[in-house]
Design a protein. Sequence first.
Length: 374
Amino acid sequence: MKSLTTILPDPVSKHGHPEMDSGSEMRLFHIHFHKSANAKHNGYMADSYISARTRLLRLMENDSQLPEAIIINFPFRENEFSSFCTWLKSHYKLSFIPVVYNKEFLNAVQFDMLQRMKLVDDITEVSETQAFLDKVKFLSKVGKYRMEKAASNITIDNQVLITKAGNGFNYLVKRAVDILIASLLILFLLPVFILIAIAIRVESRGPVFYTAQRAGKGFKVFNFYKFRTMIMDADKKLAEMKQMNQYLNNGAGASFFKIKNDPRITKVGCFLRNTSLDELPQFFNVLKGDMSIVGNRPLPLYEASTLTTNEWSERFMAPAGITGLWQVKKRGQEDMSAEDRISLDIDYARKNNLISDLKIMAVTPKALFQKTNV
């Protein structure tokens, strides 16, 4: 990255996503392996975990100087890294700062090991792209939210969020049902997958699948799969169409983004969306454990960042799902507000169980087809 102090554009990013806290600065603390790498930076930096501790202790003297994220650009050394993370957690002000490890410094074995250790908030390629900055901004906002909760003596430990809406026997049964249904449907629908892939490639250039990062249960960020339904570079056209947003809220409160008769959608894409066939690749997300068959829809990070408040965060206590209460009750309705949608999500998070999931699955086929192009 050219600079550790990165300015986010206002109000819409170069990729067309509405920004969180637009116009604000991101203070990133990089730990680099080589001293030479530090020379071209003008922000927070360190060339070892020891020097990083010294610098962070100095920054703790002024809360306004604390970094919003710590980026590790360093070869993985388990003992040193574990010790550094333990040290971070021992300091209240530092314990809520997200830690992101640069994937480029890890081999496959180290990547798997670091994931199992659960010491970092994310493992990704570090870059200057807006997608990376969006992710770091989101992780930082979640960290600040957790700090506010902790200061209020309200526990929102990640494990609480991950296990609260479904644990014990109910969770095991739900997971078993998810794996069984997803596996059977992928095998049964394989010819449909092939036909859709051919149709997408025939109509427009570009990849068959669309992969984006979404926030799911417990604010967990994961790669979300769909069949591509838009033209290439569709995100770059989003800024000029923001006034067409169905959920337009004039910049206040919760924020979603959806456009009726979106001109970026291809003809094949329109058919896929109206029949929900574009969602089929998410069965692979279910097998991976990122999602469930039934749950609340995982959100883009720029949408999820508007829901890290006391009022709305409860919707993230439920698993991310392919179908859910919102889909069977309100999907495709033009008069639905963001508040209506979140209320349904929170209702599901509070009351979900295996019986309610089966009821939602039973009425999902009826909700798959929508008349409006939104």
